[in-house]
Design a binder for this molecule. Structure first.
Ligand code: AMP
Length: 218
């Protein structure tokens, strides 16, 4: 099963993708995580991507497509895979279609997590993660017992460098301009499924699982 998770930055795609990994044993491929790994390893791609990411802009299609094609081939499309943050432009979507066609595979569903813009900013700027184990926190919705310290491993919490207020505004604007057209693109292919994302996390997860169970039993 191949699923694409679509939605603006801060909608909670990563959180819900974890559910697909844990409950449905799917592989999770996040283009943002892949890029952050490239940056940590100081690769040529990581260096090329840095200036775009730091401004809240999209990394050029040719770089992202090459990286994601390699990642998808490594994971294998035979196993269940959920794509998180890719594709993000119509050009990327067409490239993905070409790759899947060559492999004789189809996208089973595109889950469109919908969240209002004013909610996104609050969600993103409050996000923190553990520098040691990567556990996720939020300064309002999911606080650690001790300020800025991870409950699980005691390491310091950090904020992603592109989660600051001014960069977040750019990321949301970029989403509307370059990624939102994909909603229409996949709607026309009849594979779009809208998931209300303004609700509490548990409610979104319950609705996602219902959606998944329906797809699996069809
Ligand atoms: P994310 O973690 O998905 O919010 O991605 C963080 C940043 O990585 C984005 O703001 C972009 O600069 C870059 N990025 C991630 N995925 C893509 C993509 N599919 N196309 C272009 N840039 C991307």
């Amino acid at each position: 099963m191949i699923i694409i998770f679509l939605g603006p930055p801060g909608a909670g795609k990563g959180t819900q993708c974890k559910v697909l990994v844990e409950r449905y044993r799917m592989n999770h491929l996040s283009s943002g995580d892949c890029l952050r790994r490239e940056r940590r390893n100081n690769t040529e791609l990581g260096q090329q991507a840095q200036s775009y990411m730091d401004k809240g802009q999209l990394v050029p299609d040719e770089l992202i497509v090459a990286m994601m094609m390699k990642e998808i081939e490594k994971t294998g499309v035979g196993a269940g895979v959920v794509l998180d943050g890719f594709p993000r432009t119509l050009g990327q979507a067409h490239e993905l279609d070409r790759l899947l066609e060559r492999a004789g595979k189809n996208i089973d569903a595109v889950i469109n997590l919908q969240v209002d813009d004013n909610e996104l900013e609050l969600r993103i700027t409050g996000r923190r993660s553990c520098s040691g184990c990567g556990a996720a926190y939020h300064i309002v919705f999911n606080t650690p017992r001790q300020e800025n310290i991870c409950d699980k491993c005691g390491q310091a919490l950090v904020q992603r460098s592109d989660d600051t207020a001014e960069i977040v505004k750019n990321r949301i604007a970029t989403y509307h301009k370059q990624t939102a057209p994909l909603v229409d693109f996949y709607q026309k292919k009849n594979i779009l499924k809208n998931l209300e994302g303004n609700a509490a996390i548990e409610k979104i997860t319950a609705n996602l699982c219902r959606m998944m169970d329906e797809m699996i039993t069809v």
